[in-house]
Design a protein around this ligand. Structure first.
Ligand code: CP3
Length: 354
């Protein structure tokens, strides 16, 4: 059953959608809302369709991609869909031996740690990900005026998985390469930037209305190291994305100290985790930058009154930004009650209209 979408019912077009308008810092009649990881284990219908299909197989099957991407849109009535995939999909598509283990995350069979390993990172061709083109094409047809967000992992976060061989708390091997072998590091980052850009371009060419670059783990770096070793690469990606004329979102976790640099990289929208209130974040980003966020995903485990109070606070502080897209400060946690998300979506819509 489709959730009510007032602006949709009034015949609003894609470009008039609250999400795209807020990304462009245009006035909206209510704050748009979507959730990182809205498609995933919090939904029983997701667990059902994924039951017998491994994650990376699901990410390469247009029928699965379309169904899973649509699930949270149908259930919660969110203002944007996010393309169902994973940040390691383009790396798998160029032939790297990696898998996604449930409860763990991406695991790389033969980690990339030297010049030989880095040479294995060839460019991504659109044909390597023809399933993306097919799935996005079907999705934009089904979504109508609801925008589809394409996404990719940023080079630092991808490099961390490739170098460490899996999830990492301290990113020590990654930093060892970055600090100790800057030329190799730059080569790795350049290759990953080319792959990331191509993966995003394929999604936009097929109809994605916005893109989000996830640099989830870059908050592990100091501002100085970010500026020297990451910023040139993310700036390169955002500059080239600028030619595509879709809003660009940039997000990382634990990036309070990096927000101004993250914003310097050139995104139209900066995603903020729950650690920095949006009114403070608004002072840290470049002028003419919209903000996305930032309710603590763990707050959804508290009673509804607490969730509502905190969501209201996010909306209030979000008014300090030039444009605000409501979201969580990171992804939906797997045990989240999906009814909380539906209720939160309605609350944000109603509350921001008054
Ligand atoms: O709904 C959405 O947001 C779209 C789908 C999406 C997934 N991964 C699906 C997924 C998106 C945007 C991602 C991006 C992603 N993947 C990031 C950046 C976003 C973030 O959360 O910071 C990162 C760091 C990854 C790497 C990764 N893949 C992790 C950490 C995990 C979770 C491991 C676990 O099981 O807890 C994955 C697996 C993954 N990606 C799942 C989903 C739905 C779970 C797979 C399953 O059902 O078992």
């Amino acid at each position: 059953m489709a959730a009510p979408r007032a602006w949709h019912d009034r015949g609003v077009t894609l470009q008039d959608s609250p999400f795209l308008r807020a990304c462009r810092r245009l006035p909206v009649d209510r704050t748009p809302v979507w959730y990182m990881r809205q498609a995933g284990r919090s939904l029983p219908e997701y667990r059902r369709v994924r039951a017998d299909v491994p994650m990376l197989e699901a990410c390469a099957r247009p029928d699965m991609i379309v169904e899973i991407t649509m699930q949270p849109v149908r259930r919660h009535g969110v203002d944007a869909a996010i393309y169902f995939s994973d940040i390691v999909v383009p790396l798998k598509a160029i032939g790297l031996d990696l898998d996604i283990k449930s409860g763990v995350g991406p695991v790389v069979a033969d980690p990339v740690r030297d010049a030989e390993g880095i040479k294995r990172l060839r460019e991504l061709e659109p044909d390597d990900v023809s399933f993306v083109t097919e799935a996005v094409g079907t999705l934009v047809g089904e979504l109508g005026p609801t925008p589809l967000i394409g996404f990719a992992g940023a080079p630092f976060t991808l490099a961390s998985y490739l170098i460490e061989g899996g999830p990492s708390k301290n990113h020590e091997r990654t930093k060892a390469l970055m600090y100790g072998e800057p030329e190799l590091w730059d080569d790795l980052m350049r290759r990953l930037s080319v792959i990331t850009l191509e993966f995003l371009k394929v999604q936009v060419a097929a109809g994605a209305g916005a893109v989000q670059l996830f640099d989830s783990w870059v908050g592990a770096l100091s501002a100085e190291d970010y500026r020297a070793s990451v910023l040139p690469h993310t700036s390169w990606i955002f500059e080239r994305l600028g030619e595509l004329d879709v809003p660009r979102i940039h997000f990382g976790v634990g990036t309070g100290e990096l927000l101004s640099l993250l914003s310097e990289a050139g995104a139209d929208v900066v995603g903020v985790d729950w650690r920095v209130p949006l009114d403070k974040a608004a002072q840290r980003v470049q002028p003419a930058t919209a903000l996305q966020g930032n309710l603590d995903p763990a707050a959804l485990f508290a009673p509804w009154e607490v969730v509502a109070e905190r969501a209201r606070d996010v909306l209030t502080r979000g008014r300090a930004a030039e444009g605000h897209i409501f979201n969580l400060g990171h992804g939906v946690l797997p045990n989240t009650d999906p009814d909380m998300l539906t209720r939160l979506t309605e609350f944000v819509h109603e509350e921001s209209q008054t």
